[in-house]
Design a protein around this ligand. Structure first.
Ligand SMILES: C[S@@+](CC[C@H](N)C(=O)[O-])C[C@H]1O[C@@H](n2cnc3c(N)ncnc32)[C@H](O)[C@@H]1O
Length: 445
């Protein structure tokens, strides 16, 4: 691969005698990664299924390498949201940010959702996860991945960091900024990225990163933590971005990141940061900085959404009685024709571009309730009375995912279709035939 001269000169200066090993890594095979969605099953349970040849990623408890030829994206378990395909070094930011039960977490540059789904799994259904991406198109992909993972407690939006900061000061316990960057760490995996690399792009990224970090400062509570990551090696976008931020914000301090599993120190004086290089570990490239906000001015309370059962929701009440073991608990809210279950403490978000608030249960139309794909994905089989559970080898699984009508005996009415006990979507059963209600845009191609 032909690398820009300016880039190789910088890397030589950065790596010294390690530079040749770094260059040699371009001739090595790339690593494929898969991260288990622990909202559905544990990493051990996934490995025990033996469907892929999984080897652990050392820095992420739920991450595994797999063989590229195995194509896990073309597998029913992928459609069941059992895992997310993620480059192994990209698993490090969300694995490094400490997450506690009940935290309010913001993933500010989130699309397509690799780290959002990881944070959602780490929250384990507690607290609140706000996933944002400035690009409206990419935010749609983010939403799909949040739904596929079965995350019930997320808000997905497409906003500028400044507008979120205006509305949600002192609100978050944790923030992850996986910043837009020049992508030098991806040159090996995606050689086309080299073409867009130049000084102008670097300058643009630096200025974006500074603006994004600036907006984060007021959003964190005192004691809150911010994990800044990039997939680039450039000191300007990494240690310098962090250094400039710390100069402007003495209320923040840099926290040490353990240097194990091949992680290298950040450049002095920011040695507490971590650098991931492809010649030192089995992954591409990343930079991580963990910051803690020592103090914050008292913030005023942000008004929270409230709900309450209304007559229109009775159609869902009837559905729940018929189909579910128990009606899910939480704040019920109608937006447009959609019925949603909101996580506790959901802030009022008027005037922000929000794609999704909480768990979308379905639509209420003309006194009828129609369950959504997101509802199916957030459920566990045990929560539903009527299911059609096929084994992985059953040819009806792929036929269902293709949108076909399949046969399965059982009680007439709404039925949750599952593979090996994991929900795939809805069907309406009539006389042993499952009328397909799988989301059209999710169909198996
Ligand atoms: C490195 S990618 C994020 C990858 C993502 N975290 C994941 O793990 O799947 C950076 C993202 O930042 C978004 N972005 C760029 N500028 C932004 C801004 N000012 N505010 C929020 N998002 C921004 C881009 O649209 C892009 O999707």
């Amino acid at each position: 691969m032909k690398l820009p001269l300016k880039y190789t000169e910088t890397m030589k200066a950065l790596l010294g005698e390690e530079y040749d090993a770094y260059l040699a890594s371009f001739d090595e095979e790339r690593f494929y990664g898969l991260r288990v969605n622990t909202l559905k099953l544990s990493a051990e349970e996934m490995a025990a299924r033996g469907v892929f040849s999984l080897r652990p990623v050392p820095w992420c408890e739920t991450g595994f390498y797999y063989d590229g030829a195995e194509r896990p994206a073309k597998h029913p378990y992928y459609h069941a949201g059992l895992y997310y395909l993620q480059e192994p070094s990209a698993m490090s930011p969300a694995a490094t940010l400490p997450i506690g039960e009940g935290d309010r977490v913001l993933d500010l540059c989130a699309a397509p959702g690799g780290k959002t789904t990881q944070l959602g799994a780490r929250l384990g259904g507690t607290g609140l996860l706000v996933a944002n991406d400035i690009s409206a198109g990419r935010a749609k992909t983010l939403l799909k991945n949040v739904e596929l993972a079965g995350i019930r407690n997320a808000i997905v939006m497409s906003e500028t960091p400044e507008r979120i900061a205006e509305r949600l000061p002192h609100f978050f316990d944790k923030i992850l900024v996986d910043a837009p960057c020049s992508g030098e760490g991806m040159f090996r995996k995606e050689p086309d990225m080299v073409k867009s690399w130049d000084a102008e792009m670097l300058a643009f990224c630096r200025s974006e990163q500074a603006k994004i970090l600036e907006a984060c400062a007021p959003m964190l509570k005192a004691g809150g933590m911010l994990l800044y990551s990039t997939c680039t090696f450039s000191p300007e976008e990494n240690e310098k971005s962090i250094g400039n931020f710390l100069e402007r914000h003495p209320e923040f301090e840099l926290m040490p990141i353990a240097k194990k599993n091949g992680f290298a120190e950040g450049l002095a004086p920011y040695t507490d940061c971590a650098r991931l290089y492809p010649h030192r570990l089995k992954g591409e490239g990343h930079f991580l900085a963990l910051l803690r906000k020592k103090e914050a001015a008292e913030g005023k309370a942000i008004p929270a959404e409230s709900g309450g059962w209304t007559k229109e929701m009775d159609a869902f009440g009837d559905f729940a009685k018929e189909v579910l073991q128990e009606k899910p608990k939480g704040i019920y809210k109608i937006y447009g024709e959609g019925l949603y279950l909101l996580p506790e403490g959901t802030p009022k978000l008027e005037k922000l571009r929000v794609l999704r608030t909480g768990w979308m249960l379905g639509t209420l139309k003309k006194g009828r309730f129609e369950p959504s794909q997101a509802f199916a994905m957030g459920l566990r089989k045990e929560e539903v009375k009527h299911t059609a559970d096929f084994s992985l080898e059953d040819e009806r699984v792929i036929r269902y995912l293709k949108g076909e009508t399949v046969e399965a005996e059982g009680k007439d009415g709404w039925t949750l279709v599952c593979v090996d006990g994991f929900p795939l979507g809805w069907a309406k059963r009539q006389k042993g035939r499952l009328k397909n209600k799988y989301a059209v845009s999710w169909k198996w191609e």
